[in-house]
Design a protein around this ligand. Structure first.
Ligand code: C5P
Length: 385
């Protein structure tokens, strides 16, 4: 979840899908600090009362029939989700509602084809309205009432955030390496580290929410893969796989954020059969260095804007400044892993950003989501298009 975002959302809801969709949407929206006022249609009120909507949203609630010009103007974003075809027609043919921009999430029956619906609504959609169509996974099972397709609560929320968050990185092609790598010893054993991928996933979301087109090359993650239409995840396992995938993408990357905890060493050879312990007093495992992805990109003549990370246990500033220079980074984000609440396997971090002009920005202890936003703000400020 991102830091709190202030925004007033006007939400018109319609039909049976409110039971599964709207309650989850309200939960997520409230987590982000959004104020959502719900205006249920008569059909939505068959499933939940005004009192229930007021309780779920934490805001006063009135029915859709009583929606006024003042309500429309008081909102930063207007969303109709779920919206039946009838409700969409009503919104777009009414002078008062049609003059405001809307995010419109139609509820489709299994037999409706998204492309046909898009064509159907095209004439009704003025420039400032946006249609949120469901993906193939967005099917809500309404039990006895059948199935409906509808852009997920998360998708609706991201569409709202895109309206509220300045699109400072709109269209910028960002590449991220995220999480740990796994270096296999034999079919059952491996070498890895404590990285959860949370800092990297938070950065992917923060960049995507600012309009960036993010390719996220990641090792195994502790949390589900960040779900955002601007994020393209590419799963890899070993340091070598991460290196290969990154170099294949780097040519069309404008900003590279190398956040992964890449294993520094990998076994010299991989044992095809499980290594037996019988009779052995101990064993010697020979390791060799893995390729340094960040250093390799830093050496390229035409390189993207480069953001590196450094987890240090001593002489933070000295080591960070050395890494900034030796790996040719434009920003180096460093943290002291000895400090409680910092670094691996926790949800907070205290990062200091170092820049080639000798400046630095010391962030306080923040959630990784908030730290990611501050890092993206620096990227947007310092990256020259
Ligand atoms: O030298 P050190 O490993 O501390 O540098 C950390 C930075 O380098 C991080 O940004 C990390 O993602 C990157 N790195 C890399 N490939 C490696 C090792 C580190 O890209 N093999």
């Amino acid at each position: 979840m991102a830091g709190k975002i202030s925004g007033r959302v006007l939400l018109v809801v319609d039909g049976a899908a409110v039971l599964v969709h709207t309650l989850e949407f309200l939960r997520q929206a409230r987590q982000h600090g959004l104020k959502v006022r719900v205006f249920p249609t008569a059909s939505a009120l068959l499933f939940q009362s005004i009192t229930a909507w007021a309780a779920y949203s934490g805001q006063p609630c009135r029915d859709f029939e009583s929606l006024t010009e003042e309500d429309l103007q008081a909102a930063d974003v207007r969303l109709a989700a779920p919206a039946s075809g009838r409700l969409l027609q009503l919104l777009l043919q009414n002078d008062q509602t049609a003059s405001c921009p809307w995010l419109l999430a139609p509820a489709l029956l299994p037999e409706d084809k998204p492309e046909e619906m898009q064509q159907l609504f095209a004439p009704l959609l003025q420039e400032h309205h946006k249609l949120l169509l469901p993906s193939s996974d967005d099917v809500s099972d309404l039990g006895a009432m059948g199935k409906l397709s509808l852009a997920s609560p998360g998708r609706c929320l991201e569409a709202i955030l895109a309206e509220l968050i300045p699109q400072e990185l709109a269209g910028v092609r960002v590449l991220l390496t995220v999480g740990p790598t796994i270096e296999d010893i034999d079919p059952v054993r491996f070498i890895s580290n404590r990285s959860t991928g949370r800092m990297g996933q938070a950065l992917a979301l923060a960049a995507a929410r600012r309009g960036a087109l993010v390719t996220m090359i990641h090792g195994p993650l502790a949390d589900p893969v960040a779900d955002h239409p601007n994020i393209r995840p590419l799963a890899v396992r070993s340091a070598q796989e991460m290196y290969d995938a990154t170099l294949a993408e780097i040519g069309h990357t404008q900003v590279a954020i190398l956040c992964a905890a890449v294993a520094d060493f990998t076994p010299n050879t991989y044992a095809e059969e499980k290594i037996k312990k019988q009779g052995a007093e101990g064993m010697r495992l020979l390791l060799r260095r893995t390729p340094d992805i960040l250093a390799t990109i830093g050496q390229q003549e035409k390189r993207p804007f480069l953001v590196g990370f450094a987890a240090e246990s001593n002489d933070l500033e000295l080591n960070a400044r050395h890494k900034l220079q030796s790996k040719h980074c434009d920003i180096l984000c460093a943290n002291d892993i000895r400090e409680p609440g910092c670094g691996f396997a926790v949800r907070t971090n205290r990062i200091t950003m170092f820049f080639p002009d000798g400046e630095k920005e010391e962030l306080p202890m923040l959630s990784k989501d908030e730290a990611a936003e501050r890092i993206c703000a620096q990227i947007a400020r310092r990256w020259e298009k």
